[in-house]
Ligand binder design. Sequence first.
Ligand code: NI
Length: 269
Amino acid sequence: MKPESLNQTLKMMWQNYLQLNPDAQKIHQLFAERNPQLINDHIALRTFDLPQIDIHRIADPFIKRGYVAAGEYHFPHKKLFAQHFLHPDPAQPKLFISQLLTGQFSPSLQEIVRQFTAHIDSSESRQSGFSYSGRHWPISYQTYQQLEVESDYAAWVYAMGFQPNHFTLLINGLKSHPNLSAVNQFLLAQGFELNDSGGLIKGGPSELLAQSSTRANLISVEFEEGIQRIPGCYYEFAYRYPQADGALFHGFVAESADKIFQSTDRQRS
Ligand code: NI
């Protein structure tokens, strides 16, 4: 079998992501109609810190096709670690890959994660298509809820498997809207719901990065017990500011990402 090119992999990731996030297609269309081109700033992937599926393993097929490890980020409250990866061609999206630090959770969460991830064949996780391969295990709603008590992130990966969690529109590249607040107002006026945890805009000029995101659509997922509506993926918007040397900042801001992670949390009243 001929290995996938990087662009083929990214295209498949985008198509899989759109299936889980119907709003992204509509939003993409709204901006595509108003701009000559749209730039995807980054793609976010989620996993666990187990050797056969950890950040290194998920990143490996991308590293083989030119990506290089850049920044590292710690999220002590959510018990996550993340790294971002850059491609030498600045037109390619950055990758932001996070992993849950399973050892910091209860023995029962660790056991659940160990059991369902044991369904993954170790050769599968080396292939370029792994990052859009979805779930490799059957799912029960009872287990989903049990995971959710400890970690929304763990429950999300259990239900969705290996899928892009979000794509990100780079606002700097837009002709239609000058800044993130104009984008947010436009999306709200179009009826989309935005994540307001920590305010609509996370970060700003002093962090060199401002971000906002939609709230994940609820999607129907078939569990052993039947279909349930649970949070899927979301769409993110990023505005990058120039650094002292004039080049745009290409990193991430842990404090902002911490709030952005909550875009897939279930709304609790
Ligand atoms: Ni992001």
